[in-house]
Write a protein that binds this ligand. Structure first.
Ligand SMILES: NC(=O)c1ccc[n+]([C@@H]2O[C@H](COP(=O)([O-])OP(=O)(O)OC[C@H]3O[C@@H](n4cnc5c(N)ncnc54)[C@H](O)[C@@H]3O)[C@@H](O)[C@H]2O)c1
Length: 428
């Protein structure tokens, strides 16, 4: 199938490469010329396991090409997937400028029937609006479907090719048929539903997962007060299939490019509908509290942060990605710096600019041990797998102080204490 993917970010590039892997003829378009130039030279702009080889293989097989030209990408495509960014606007609504701009560009260049699939996470009602724009401006008949994406950064290629489910929100059987054909080689449940339900499904999924994390963080706070261990509580409840063991790791709360903006968006949709969403609001409140509690605890155990040297391990919002958007680690850095501490940071792949942390300068160091040289406290903020196996003796030798704030519960408290660390973890 001739397919075009608009946007070559985490979702667009992975979708384009995977659709090519499934045998489709794919054109990936982005508005950033430098990104497309790099991709043409084989430079993958994001860190995503397996993506490099997948792109190379499909480019070499002639199934995957990159362009900035809508005139090249739109005419003749049977399926046009839109995977442009949909960030938060200041008021918590969704900034839809990239989506509308893509819709206008499609309309300018559409020459015959195509199915346009909204892969971006967009407010309920968007598919209808995009369809109206394209039909009216192009004068060409098309169908717009909602096809939300559920991939996880860090596992994106695996998730696309082995999805738990595919959701297709469609108003027309003809469009549904195109979508089912595009995904015919993917063996998973395919839920065909109306477009509004499909759009809400994506927000409901992310809001539910965020709430689950906030819940376990609330249990972590309670565990600390009552002398329980939240990791044991999580194991005890997670083995119940009605609860499930995933997303029960207490820590710094949720962040990243999706959960915060999507939970804000669903809250905004509720407000617009005149419907307060108390569970969603509570999830937010607990998330902010999870970060504040960690800073408060460090401040307490160190007797203030003014002039203290802190080594911060992990910048990405979770392990296995270079994405630092709304990362809890970045929030911590900002709070530490505001309180007068000096921070040296290490992440295996991610970095942050001074703009991300309120204009402060941050020293990035290539090695976790080096980052900890002379530190009064070491804070582990991202659950990178390689941090689990850090040599805590060596880390202790490098540090000047003895405080290890294990904000992702990666280390055995007993072992860390035996080595001489004052081990502070979450909910234990
Ligand atoms: N990142 C994730 O894990 C994830 C998972 C599921 C869903 N989503 C959703 O998918 C969408 C894309 O997310 P992302 O993380 O890939 O974003 P991203 O910011 O990484 O990439 C978006 C890309 O779209 C390009 N773009 C902007 N306007 C364009 C236009 N008019 N035409 C073509 N390209 C354009 C940008 O230059 C950028 O390269 C968002 O709605 C997001 O909520 C993301």
């Amino acid at each position: 199938m001739k397919t075009t993917v608009l946007g070559t970010g985490y979702v667009g590039l992975v979708s384009g490469a995977c659709l090519a892997e499934l045998g489709h003829q794919v054109i990936c378009l982005d508005v950033l010329p430098e990104k497309i130039e790099g991709l043409k030279q084989g430079v993958i702009p994001i860190y995503e396991s397996g993506l490099d080889e997948l792109v190379k293989r499909n480019v070499n097989a002639g199934r995957l090409v990159f362009t900035t030209s809508y005139a090249e990408a739109i005419p003749g495509a049977e399926l046009i997937s839109v995977a442009v960014g949909t960030p938060s606007a200041d008021d918590g609504s969704v900034d839809m400028r990239y989506m509308w701009s893509a819709a206008h560009e499609i309309a300018k260049h559409l020459t015959g029937y195509a199915v346009i699939a909204d892969k971006s996470t967009v407010p309920v009602g968007t598919a209808e609006k995009v369809e109206q724009i394209i039909r009216e401006e192009s004068g060409v008949f098309c169908d717009v479907v909602s096809n939300p994406e559920f991939l996880r950064e860090g596992h994106a290629v695996f998730d696309f090719l082995q999805p738990s489910r595919i959701v297709i929100g469609s108003a027309e059987p003809r469009a549904t048929e195109v979508m089912l054909r595009a995904y015919e080689h993917l063996d998973c449940p395919k839920y065909v539903m109306d477009r509004r339900s499909a759009e809400l499904t994506k927000y409901a999924a992310n809001a539910f997962l965020a709430t689950k994390i906030s819940f376990i963080n609330e249990m972590a706070a309670l565990s600390e007060e009552l002398g329980a261990d939240v990791t044991q509580v999580a194991a005890g409840i997670g083995s119940d299939p009605r609860i499930g063991k995933d997303f029960l790791r207490a820590g710094l709360g949720w962040g990243g490019s999706c959960f915060p903006k999507d939970v804000r968006a669903i809250r905004y949709m509720g407000e617009q509908a005149g419907l307060p969403l108390p569970i969603i609001n509570a999830a937010f409140e607990m998330n902010a509290l999870a970060r504040r509690r960690v800073v408060d605890r460090l401040e307490k155990v160190m007797g203030g942060l003014e002039g203290k040297r802190i080594s911060l391990l992990g910048l990405a919002f979770k392990g296995n990605t270079d994405d630092t958007r709304e990362s809890a680690a970045v929030d911590l850095i900002r709070l530490f710096l505001e309180k007068g501490a000096q921070v040296r940071a290490h992440d295996p792949v991610a970095s942050v600019s001074s703009q991300d942390i309120g204009g402060y300068a941050l020293e990035h160091v290539d090695c976790p041990y080096e980052a900890s040289r002379g530190a009064h406290a070491v804070v582990v903020a991202t659950e990178w797998e390689q941090f689990r196996t850090l040599d805590l003796n060596k880390l202790k030798d490098m540090a000047e102080g003895d405080i290890l704030l294990d904000a992702r519960n990666l280390f055995d408290p007993l072992r860390a204490t035996e080595i001489g660390w004052k081990h502070v973890s979450i909910g234990r």
